[in-house]
Design a protein. Structure first.
Length: 166
């Protein structure tokens, strides 16, 4: 289990005194300018079950996408989906009673969307459910999935635009 340390207050936000408190997405602190938490929290997990669940689905969906795209595009999908999921969690998490988030689930849902498209994502969600291992991160899951689906659909066009093409 992730030990965040002793509860404290940082910049008027509930926080912890431990080192992990600088890496976990604390929405209050992100709004105060600690934006690196949108990235760093992708690589932390609450407990062993959370980590193993994400590793299992990373293995399944990450491998499926890896067979279709370059390493660079895979990394773009992972990071864009994870960060968009964390931004959605930043915007909507407090409305749902969640102010602290961590894990790569949004990024992994993005890999699912990019690898399987709408049909693949729909099938997995029907079979496994969107809330599997969520811990309250459904908002990040949906945003990551939507980002992955968008990159699946328009990834070639976006890549061309970035390279100066049409």
């Amino acid at each position: 289990m992730l030990n965040l340390g002793t509860p404290t207050v940082t910049l008027g936000c509930a926080s912890w005194a431990g080192a992990a408190s600088y890496l976990v997405q604390n929405n209050c602190l992100v709004l105060e300018g600690w934006v690196w938490m949108l990235f760093s929290s992708l690589f932390l997990h609450l407990n062993t079950l959370h980590l193993l669940g994400n590793l299992l689905f990373l293995l399944i969906f990450g491998t499926a996408l890896e067979e279709k795209v370059s390493r660079q595009r895979w990394l773009v999908v992972f990071l864009a989906s994870g960060i968009s999921g964390n931004i959605a969690f930043l915007a909507l998490g407090p409305l749902l009673g969640s102010d602290v988030g961590l894990g790569a689930s949004g990024a992994i849902y993005g890999l699912l969307g990019a690898a399987g498209g709408v049909r693949g994502a729909f099938l997995v969600i029907i079979l496994l459910g969107l809330n599997l291992f969520s811990g309250g991160g459904e908002v990040a899951h949906v945003a990551g999935l939507v980002t992955g689906l968008a990159l699946h659909r328009w990834g070639d066009r976006l890549s061309g635009l970035l390279k100066g093409g049409i």
